[in-house]
Write a protein that binds this ligand. Structure first.
Ligand code: HEM
Length: 466
């Protein structure tokens, strides 16, 4: 091959590109101790010091941290084929929970996405709205009990019950009994909490006693028994029910004419449940925490809800009439994105911003840092839902806000989560005047998602006439 051709090939160009700057750390553990101690402050200062793209030395492994919207564009949109959900983390999740939409790849993922995505379109959301509001009202029983007893409520504990009810109702329908919902809900929650640890333990031989593994296996067994029974019941019933499982059971891929097997339906239901319930609960916990810290915004939300709904139960037509509720939810997602980074592995050599990215490198779009990028956001640390108003959003980089990811793998549940967030906030402030409990502090905890810890304690005062 002539040398000028070699010189102009993308592989050569990538090889010529320079190595990214790297965080400095200790032998074997790299920057891990500082990351554990200072968490996001460390990542924010690393970006300031090293630039938008740098290597985060984690001892045994390195992560290329991507902190600018143009990187999200490159990795998640323009070159998405070269950046896959590979590596031990995803393989571990796949092994433990099966091959649902969030974990699958290639043609199989595309076929599943073609079948599932239409079920989250506007007309389907309209049909789900009543199921959602009913689940929210059932789920708020913990708030009502606390208010009746004159006790404060911990929203951090209560919200997962509400979002779990929402997703169980919309996935499996109202035919599922309260006992079944409680059993499946507990098992799914345990499986979710165990997941990260489980991925680590998976690399150990199976005879090594590992805390929680047996309970995890039992949880998955219980989930499977229930979900396969729901599937069999849905198959046995003629006609289409309104829940997602029944609809997916009957849907046919327009390109291949294929339908999903029971195993496939189980994998989709379980992974969708896990993708959907905790993320929304965490975002809402932050939203309520921010609201009680900013009473003027809370008063404005009460006014919006009163004008749109009065005492009525909301319906689908009310959702667009709650723009401030949406902006508050979005601003909480900006400041505390539950999926605080979006990991990928490079399949082939590449170049980003002039830096060489060898095949096999783990890269991460750092949503938490990107959502505070000074090129895109004015006073990034300030809670200001008004920044999502169309006139203020104009001119901002479209990828400066990626709590649901972007590109072909963008969250299918985005509009579902928006509607759920708006309706839960509306239903709470419609019935209660909420305020902070003095002396209680909400902290940030990094787990699989960006959780609150220490509780989000709220005082509840029933609103007059409600
Ligand atoms: C505030 C709530 C939510 C947040 C912050 C969130 C966040 C995300 C993110 C960041 C991704 C992309 C991950 C990546 O590219 O690697 C994703 C994917 C996904 N989410 Fe969500 N999500 C939320 C709610 C939901 C809900 C309610 C559902 C289902 C009802 C859902 C189902 C899914 C599924 C199935 C995928 C995989 C899509 C694919 O790979 O094709 N999510 N979510």
């Amino acid at each position: 091959m002539p040398s000028d051709l070699l010189a102009s090939s993308p592989a050569r160009a990538a090889a010529r590109a320079s190595r990214p700057p790297s965080t400095r750390g200790f032998p074997l553990v790299g920057a891990l101790p500082r990351l554990i101690k200072d968490r996001f402050d460390y990542l924010l200062s690393a970006r300031k010091e090293l630039g938008d793209l740098y290597a985060l030395d984690l001892g045994a492994t390195r992560l290329i941290a991507l902190n600018h919207p143009r990187h999200a564009q490159h990795v998640l949109r323009d070159h998405a084929r070269n950046y896959r959900k590979g590596g031990p983390l995803w393989e571990g999740v796949r092994d433990l929970l099966g091959n649902g939409l969030p974990t699958s790849e290639g043609d199989f993922w595309m076929r599943q996405r073609r079948m599932i995505q239409p079920e989250f379109h506007r007309d389907r959301l309209a049909a789900m709205c009543d199921l959602m509001v009913q689940a929210i009202d059932d789920g708020l029983s913990g708030f009502h009990a606390a208010a009746a007893a004159g006790r404060p409520v911990d929203a951090e504990r209560e919200l997962p019950h509400i979002t779990m009810k929402v997703i169980l109702n919309t996935l499996f329908g109202t035919g599922i009994t309260k006992e079944e919902a409680a059993t499946v809900g507990d098992a799914l929650r345990y499986a979710n909490d165990f997941l990260l640890l489980g991925v680590v333990l998976r690399s150990l031989p199976s005879w090594v006693p590992s805390p929680g593994r047996r309970r995890f296996e039992l949880a998955v067994k219980s989930i499977d028994e229930h979900v396969f029974r729901f599937i069999a019941q849905s198959r046995a019933q003629p006609g289409r029910g309104g829940d997602l499982l029944t609809i997916l059971l009957h849907s046919v891929d327009a390109e291949t004419g294929e339908q999903m097997t029971s195993q496939q339906l189980r994998d989709e239901a379980v992974t969708m449940f896990l993708a959907g319930y905790e993320t929304t609960a965490v975002a809402l916990a932050w939203a309520l925490h921010l609201l009680v810290e900013h009473p003027s915004v809370l008063r404005a939300l009460e006014a919006e809800v009163d004008a749109a709904l009065g005492d009525r139960r909301p319906g689908f037509a009310d959702v667009p009439r709650l723009p401030l509720a949406l902006a508050i939810f979005q601003e909480a997602l900006r400041l505390y994105p539950p999926a605080y980074w979006i990991p990928r592995t490079a399949i082939e050599d590449d170049e980003i911003d002039g830096f060489h990215i060898p095949a096999g490198t783990m890269v991460g779009v750092m949503s938490y840092v990107l959502h505070r990028h000074p090129d895109c956001w004015e006073s990034p640390e300030t809670f200001d839902p008004g920044r999502f108003a169309p006139e203020r959003a104009r001119g901002r980089h479209p990828l400066s806000f990626v709590p649901f990811g972007i590109g072909q793998r963008q969250c299918v549940g985005k509009e579902f989560a928006h509607m759920e967030g708006q309706l839960i906030l509306a239903r709470i402030v419609q019935q209660y005047r909420v305020s902070a409990v003095p002396g209680r502090t909400t902290r940030l905890a990094i787990a699989g998602t960006l959780r609150t810890s220490g509780g989000v304690w709220l005082r509840l005062e029933p609103r007059a006439g409600r």
